[in-house]
Design a protein around this ligand. Structure first.
Ligand code: SF4
Length: 356
């Protein structure tokens, strides 16, 4: 038995592959160091195992508001990977998953008036990341599925405690609707430096370029989860994620990328910072919640129009499409509904009468 933690992770993955060679193996890939290491370990193990697995899928969750530099990097890696696997005769499907328009960031923010997310009202992760992945897994055959996740033990004490109770911590059960599937965590026991060792030392897939990854994701502290496993860390401190993310107080990662040669991100960061400033402005929020309860409610229609106007300016400045036509159509319909108070304020109408 080897002492090298990366080789141990590969050995454990070979064993896992041999024990479930007929399963559908799904690798959740975000492009960050952890999922890159997990993916490299998986394909190194696959080669060593000499198995011919028919059903391997790499999934990437495209929120539509991913940091544009990182999104470009990940999509070009996936594109190259597709050709690399084809050339090597390895059957791998690459799937980009996306939330339906009603769950997308700007439809919720500008259409429904959700305030920019905070740690205590983080309405975005489930709709943008977790639900698209769980829908995809549910559409497969969960019982015959193994999902590879790049989770590490050292990320959360709570997770460590729950894993300590498990006899085989690299294998976890994940509930999906009425079914259940297996999670396999190849990098569970690796430290950050060992994760980087795996990224640099393992050669396949070659499409993952360690130097580029290191430059882009050098100080990454986490990733917004795509699977709501009890062990998954929260994404609040994650470097990866949406350029619109207001869950972090300061988007240090975007600031660092700007300083290290990506000035094109500045307008996005300026917009995000503005969102954090207006988030709790009472003048931009309804005085009641949609339920009619006291407390700051959704963004006013004026505030939503103001945000849309700023997005239009940002699109023009960055020459990019930020809100697509489906989303714009949905936003317009949601605004029409909010112009009809009786539909949205049933309790508001009766509450003041009850108090008087
Ligand atoms: S990165 Fe931020 S905005 Fe995006 S889903 Fe995660 S918490 Fe929400």
């Amino acid at each position: 038995m080897t002492d090298d933690p990366v080789l141990q992770a590969i050995d454990a993955t070979v064993e896992a592959l041999r024990s479930r060679s007929n399963a559908h193996w799904i690798i959740a890939f975000s492009g960050g160091k952890d999922s890159s290491a997990a993916l490299k370990i998986f394909f190194s193990a696959y080669k060593i195992s000499r198995l011919k697995i028919e059903n391997i899928t790499i999934i990437y969750c495209d929120t539509g508001v991913e940091n544009p530099v990182l999104d470009f990097y990940v999509k070009s890696v996936l594109n190259k990977m597709k050709h690399e696997f084809e050339n090597e005769g390895i059957l791998v499907e690459i799937k980009l998953l996306k939330a339906p328009p009603e769950d997308r960031f700007f439809v919720r923010l500008i259409g429904r008036g959700y305030p920019p997310p905070t740690n205590s009202f983080r309405w975005c992760t489930t709709g943008l990341r977790i639900r698209p992945v769980s829908r995809y897994i549910a559409s497969q055959n969960p019982e015959d599925t193994v999902v590879i996740l790049g989770l590490r033990r050292a990320e959360s004490q709570q997770r460590d405690r729950s894993m300590a109770r498990s006899p085989e911590p690299q294998w976890q059960k994940q509930r999906e609707g009425r079914g259940e599937y297996d999670l396999f965590l190849p990098i569970l026991n690796l430290s950050v430096s060992e994760v980087w060792d795996a990224v640099f030392a393992l050669s396949r897939p070659r499409s993952i370029m360690p130097q580029s990854l290191e430059t882009l994701y050098r100080d990454a502290s986490g990733e917004c989860p795509v699977i709501k496993a009890p062990q998954a860390p929260p994404c609040a401190s994650g470097r990866f994620g949406c350029w619109t993310c207001t869950v972090v107080r300061k988007d240090k990662s975007a600031a660092e990328l700007i300083n290290s040669g990506y000035p094109e991100l500045q307008p996005y960061l300026t917009f995000r910072n503005w969102l954090t400033e207006i988030r709790n402005d009472p003048a931009r929020r309804w005085p009641r919640r949609r339920s009619g309860a006291e407390g700051m409610g959704p963004l006013t229609l004026e505030a939503r129009k103001e945000i849309l106007h700023r997005v239009d300016e940002l699109e023009e400045r960055t020459r990019s499409l930020i809100i697509d036509s489906d989303e714009r159509g949905l936003i317009a319909s949601l605004w029409r509904i909010d112009h009809m108070p009786r539909i949205y304020y049933p309790s508001q109408k009766s509450k003041p009468q009850a108090k008087s």
